[in-house]
Design a protein around this ligand. Structure first.
Ligand SMILES: [Zn+2]
Length: 308
């Protein structure tokens, strides 16, 4: 049976079968950082825990907690404690349809790894995903919701699937105009989006390094573009890897809504800032959406009891 996410097949909530560990470089700091991703209880969503702090460790992965969108998405809790560069891991969770997980961090940043969601997806698939016998909650878009800012826009319309139609337009001819439409069902995210890396212009990277920013950013974790040329020795993973990565970022940022979305998205030249503003717009009016929540079956014991 095809694993499609639609209104008649919402399915159960999911978490990891067991914990996984991952270590790498922080994009902002350039320093070594590690995470442990743990299974979590139903209806708890995704949460980050700063193990380097003695109190107020938890930072929930929700759109209201976004505090910075430069060079990635940063969230913070009420105590002001932050986690940076969450979007590629959040995209992996969304792509794998994981509802509940706890992410324990050694510091304040998710490792950038290869600049995509690849490592996170592969790690989680190594241990496997389990269903939790409580129905998944999904946000259904009920009417057109849009957010416009300068040349950027995001428009969502009702649909029984989650599809993204994305358009980018960059001056550098190595990127140029790219369009990609993907319907996220089955393993489409894994195959078409999950490996697409982040990217930057050589001049921007040099400038940021000079100003003490993106110290971990390098050709090892990003596509680096300079005057019409791709500087990475192995070239691109997809001809249109740039627009695919923008879809990956969108998935990660939009998953801060707390749920999968049933809706058709058209995005133009968006980014972390616009993605977050779109969520504020979506949730500003109750008539824009509906959270579909099916009757829950809490435990296997309860099913057995009912049968007996
Ligand atoms: Zn990204």
């Amino acid at each position: 049976m095809p694993d499609t996410l639609n209104i008649t097949n919402i399915g159960f909530q999911k978490t990891l079968k067991s914990e996984v560990f991952c270590e790498g470089i922080g994009l902002h700091s350039g320093k070594k950082t590690s995470i442990k991703i743990m299974p979590a209880e139903v209806n708890t969503g995704i949460s980050f825990f700063r193990q380097d702090l003695s109190e107020n460790q938890e930072i929930k992965a929700i759109y209201e907690n976004v505090c910075d969108t430069k060079l990635g998405t940063t969230i913070s809790n009420k105590a002001g404690h932050k986690v940076q560069t969450i979007e590629h891991l959040m995209a992996a969770f969304m792509g794998l349809k994981i509802d509940n997980a706890q992410v324990l961090l050694s510091g304040n940043e998710i490792p950038i790894m290869d600049g995509s969601s690849r490592v996170f997806i592969d790690l989680i698939n190594t241990v496997g995903i389990k269903e939790q016998f409580t129905k998944k909650k999904v946000i259904k878009i009920l009417k057109e919701v849009s957010f416009f800012q300068n040349n950027s826009s995001i428009i969502a319309i009702p649909s029984d699937n989650f599809s993204i139609d994305y358009h980018i337009d960059f001056d550098d001819p190595a990127i140029g105009i790219q369009n990609k439409k993907v319907t996220l069902m089955g393993d489409n995210f894994d195959k078409e989006i999950g490996s697409a890396r982040t990217f930057g212009m050589l001049s921007e990277v040099k400038n940021m390094h000079k100003n003490g920013l993106a110290l971990g950013g390098s050709i090892n974790n990003a596509i680096v573009v300079d005057a019409g040329k791709i500087l990475n020795a192995d070239g691109l993973r997809f001809e249109d890897e740039f627009v695919r990565h923008k879809i990956l970022d969108f998935c990660g940022d939009i998953y801060l809504s707390g749920f999968q979305i049933l809706g058709s998205i058209v995005a133009k030249c968006a980014g972390h800032d616009i993605n977050n503003k779109f969520l504020w717009e979506l949730f500003s009016d109750d008539s824009n959406y509906q959270i579909i929540e099916e009757n829950s079956i809490s435990t296997i014991e309860e099913i057995n009891f009912a049968v007996a």
